[in-house]
Design a protein around this ligand. Structure first.
Ligand SMILES: [Zn+2]
Length: 340
């Protein structure tokens, strides 16, 4: 296969702290031989695990973008054993535009494994697949609900087949220290960044840190405390690992979203009113939201009901809804031991 179309301006294996960028061809009406830039930093010191930290896989999810920039700012070489590679804003043009997707319409999180001669999003994905993931032991990809969804702030994971990998991912997920965790499935297409990393056997830790178009201060704090605690947990960052028990907190609730019935869509266009917040316990048949029809004044709203018993994990954050839009997500509580 051709070499990657993406290059790095720094040696990703060099010791010490370095800041540079990835760059790949940009097709432009205003200049030939143009490049797109994706800033990258590495902090490396001696023998230890390599951890890849990414934010901005989706452009309008700023929680991880800010925590990862802070990590680059604060991390000192002597605090590290091994290597941390940080890409705070993968989808730079989408981040600037406050959109989930790239201006081309590409969803970076559906671009894997990528290709060196595909469109730019696939060229960048190919660099992750063939250069970054093979170099990494742990991949931390920080998401949220973006503008469209208000997700209960949590770390989450796929329940992967390999038992040792699954246990390491479960422990990494729990090390985020959030009140909730979520087990998710891919109900909406293939080509995800975490799946490619999982298929390469990596310990993959991902999040859904709120969303809804605003980042509350407590979510910034959870992004930072969770990220740094996971880095300590995997042994790349100095300092004592914090546990919920040590912080005087009860065990976190793990919400199992593996039943596809949990992902509720609207079949009609309308204006969505959420009746419950994420974290609410529901019984099957309970109203979770309503859909109003502004062009049909006088029509009764359609009540959107829980299909199963469970806990509300995510509620739509944009009231205007089109047919097929997701309006809420549920899951069922599960004990960590059931995943071992
Ligand atoms: Zn995302």
């Amino acid at each position: 296969m051709k070499p990657p179309a993406v290059s790095a301006t720094i040696d990703l294996t060099a010791p010490g702290k370095q800041v540079g960028r990835l760059q790949f061809p940009r097709i432009s009406n205003t200049g030939g031989w143009a490049y797109s830039f994706v800033p990258v930093a590495t902090v490396a010191n001696g023998e230890g695990p390599t951890v890849l930290v990414t934010g901005g896989n989706h452009g309008d999810e700023y929680e991880g973008q800010i925590a990862a920039q802070r990590l680059v700012h604060e991390l000192r070489t002597e605090q590290v054993t091994g290597r941390v590679i940080v890409i705070p804003v993968i989808s730079a043009t989408a981040s600037q535009a406050n959109t989930r997707l790239w201006p081309s319409g590409a969803n970076f999180n559906r671009s894997f494994p990528g290709s060196p001669d595909g469109p730019p999003n696939e060229q960048l994905a190919d660099f992750f697949t063939r250069v970054l993931f093979p170099a990494a032991d742990v991949v931390i990809d920080i998401h949220s609900g973006g503008r469209t969804g208000w997700f209960i702030p949590c770390s989450h994971m796929h329940v992967v087949e390999n038992a040792a990998q699954r246990k390491a991912m479960l422990e990494g997920m729990l090390a985020w220290g959030s009140d909730y965790h979520f087990l998710y499935i891919d109900i909406n297409g293939t080509g995800l960044l975490p799946v490619e990393a999982e298929d390469q056997g990596k310990i993959v830790i991902t999040t859904e840190l709120g969303g809804g178009g605003r980042v509350p201060a407590f979510v910034h704090e959870l992004a930072w405390s969770g990220l740094t605690n996971v880095l300590r947990h995997v042994g790349v960052l100095e300092g004592e690992v914090q546990t919920r028990a040590g912080r005087g907190l009860s065990d976190a609730v793990i919400i199992d979203g593996r039943d596809p019935a949990n992902y509720v869509i609207t079949e009609e266009a309308g204006m969505f009113e959420g009746l419950l917040e994420p974290g609410a316990a529901v019984r099957a048949g309970d109203p979770v939201g309503r859909l109003w029809f502004p062009a049909q004044l006088g029509r009764d709203p359609e009540v959107l009901r829980a299909p199963l018993d469970g806990i509300v994990a995510c509620v739509r954050a944009i009231p205007i809804a089109e047919p097929g839009d997701n309006v809420f997500v549920l899951g069922q509580p599960i004990e960590a031991d059931a995943l071992l």
